[in-house]
Ligand binder design. Sequence first.
Ligand code: C5P
Length: 311
Amino acid sequence: MTDRVVRAKAPAKINVFLGVGSLRSDGYHDLSTGFLAVSLFEHVEVRAADDFSVTLDGSIDTSSVPLGESNLAIRAARAVAEACGATGGARIRIEKHVPTAGGMGGGSADAAATLVACNELWNAGLSRDELLALAADLGADVPFALTGGVAMGTGRGDQLSPALHRGKMHWVLVPADGELSTPVVFHELDKHRWSQQGELERNVTQPIVSVGAMQALRLGDVRMLAETMHNDLQAPALRLMPRLVGTLELGERMGALAGIVSGSGPTCAFLCEDEESAVQLVQDFCDQSIRAVHVTGPVAGAKITGAKVRS
Ligand code: C5P
């Protein structure tokens, strides 16, 4: 019997700005966000099987990732099977490097890589638009993990417009010791806003767009980006995990142009002037016994990295 194996990878993301609007009736918030795909990848391997299953390894703690039907990669594989009428299942192995519940879209990257891998495994022939539609059903950040690069996200964050960008930017990521649940961080933001707003204002907050941050990406101007980065979820994330304030201050004191909580956190992302200062910042964090990772962006979205037939 032959056993076909397909490998794919998909990147993590940083939200260089994230404006959050009112809570909608579907439980989501309208967003306006600038996505940047960075060079930290989830690697996925799929092979045909009778049923759907997932196993995890890699460089991070994966103990909180569900292995059952709620796993995003399993849901992605099932979505492709349903769309193309495949009758069997898929055995999925994920090599994880993006911190879980860290605000960097690790689960979304798993799903995006699984979508492209299963499309290839079953010769499903789904177009990019068809994959994007499946991605949007899986989660708000999954479409961007498919497209990668730089994009402006609106709606739930899943309506993407590719954005112009120039050059490569250097970032240092500091994963936190702990996780933050995305819905809890959004709820903390609502609670705080509602305590300050009247009943009438509750449903009308529009997400703010950082035109300056998009322009900085277009120009490849790191200093301008450092001045214009903004995340509405940062304040609630810091209230829920106050020790992140110290991490942000430390990174900026040690030479980062600016630090920001990534998405709903708790990973902190530091924008650096150039490669040399990013390497130095990683060393400085390391000297303080804090794990830090140097990444660059933008990078491409989910793609096949290999396919072979084993007999
Ligand atoms: O789509 P995803 O599963 O990643 O979203 C997780 C949760 O984050 C949602 O159930 C919702 O509570 C919150 N969320 C939100 N508005 C968004 C995206 C996510 O409120 N635009």
